[in-house]
Design a protein around this ligand. Structure first.
Ligand code: DAH
Length: 343
């Protein structure tokens, strides 16, 4: 029996020595010290021995168990240390590596211009209004004096949800929402936002683009006010030396309607490639709010008049930054966007 126990201890110590991982060590423990192990099984075989023999065999087994348990404990501490060391060395931070640069925030040129234009009008006392991008036929067309069969609808084909619901083709319907809420009282607002058209995309057309609508209603508002307002706007945006000119035009919701040009900021009016030799650049449309639009939206056209205008955001941004293709606003090309860093 003594030989047998010595052999078990020797084999056990050997297995402990050779265990490479904590998992392997656990297996060794199960094999040599668990209830069903050979060593523990020896207790069962003691019943036939004399009292004297029982005493010494019991002592041998306990001693063997003690020896193996201690060796296991020691090995376990060693292996745990190894695991920790390995983890520490793997997770070490190399403080000699170069840092990762934090990218500087860049505003999109669309929003740079939208904000700049908004700031100019806010400084003149305008409030900012917003309206839905999914609009009803009623607000997008009818309330702006564009009835169902009006040819002006052809120029603003859109993307329809159903017969009566569409993605707005311009920001002008916000005029109708603002007038409705104002209940016949004076207003002075701009309405920046996105609009949608069923257009083939090319260098100057995009199915999505931005507009800023302007609307002023009050007593004695005249075309002179519109002209002066837009002159101030053009000077602030394109420089003190700029002048503007009004050309007759047509929009169903204004009468009279005008197209507004600004004198070329590049050549000063001499004529160059940017103004296509004319010295003038078209920047927006506007006019006096049509009396029918006033009455349809709850105003007394006898006591109140108003002017309105619409500015294309990308068009202004393209002029300001020398961008040659409107599609660049929507392609998320970092080489394009990074050029506006820090502006
Ligand atoms: N809604 C017009 C468009 O999308 C732009 C416009 C022109 C708006 C004249 C106006 C205006 O308010 O008076 O083409």
């Amino acid at each position: 029996m003594e030989q047998r126990i010595k052999a078990i201890v020797e084999a056990g110590l050997n297995a402990i020595k050779n265990a490479l991982t904590l998992e392997e060590l656990l297996e060794v423990r199960n094999l040599y010290l668990a209830k069903k192990s050979e060593l523990m099984g020896l207790f069962g075989q003691m019943k036939d021995l004399s009292v004297e023999e029982k005493k010494s065999v019991g002592a041998w087994i306990n001693e063997a168990r003690e020896t193996l348990t201690q060796a296991l404990e020691q090995k376990k501490v060693g292996l745990e240390k190894e695991v920790l060391q390995k983890k520490l060395s793997q997770e070490a931070i190399d403080i000699t590596l170069p840092g990762r640069g934090l990218p500087i925030k860049t505003a999109h040129p669309f929003f740079l211009i939208q904000e700049e234009i908004s700031d100019i009008f806010v400084s003149m006392g305008y409030a900012i209004a917003e309206g839905p991008e999914v609009e009803s036929d009623h607000y997008n067309f009818e309330l702006l004096n564009i009835p169902k069969d009006h040819p002006a609808r052809d120029m603003q084909d859109s993307l329809y949800m159903d017969d009566n619901t569409l993605l707005r083709t311009h920001t002008s319907p916000v005029q109708a929402h603002v007038m409705e809420a104002a209940k016949g009282q004076p207003v002075r607002v701009i309405c920046p936002g996105k609009v949608y058209r069923r257009d083939e995309d090319d260098a100057t057309h995009s199915h999505q683009f931005g507009q800023i609508e302007g609307l002023v209603i009050g007593e004695h508002v005249t075309l002179g006010h519109l002209k002066d307002t837009l002159l101030v706007f053009a000077k602030k945006l394109f420089g003190e030396k700029r002048d503007i000119r009004l050309r007759p035009s047509f929009f169903p919701f204004t009468e009279p309607s005008v197209e507004i040009d600004v004198s070329c900021f590049s050549c000063g009016g001499q004529g160059c490639s940017i103004c296509k030799g004319s010295g003038w650049i078209e920047i927006l449309g506007g006019g006096m709010v049509h009396p029918r639009v006033l009455t349809m939206n709850g105003y007394d056209e006898k006591s109140m008049t108003g002017f309105a205008f619409g500015i294309g955001i990308e068009r202004v941004a393209m002029l300001r930054y020398g961008i040659d293709d409107i599609r660049k606003f929507y392609q998320n090309d970092l080489r394009f966007l990074k050029q506006f860093q820090g502006r």
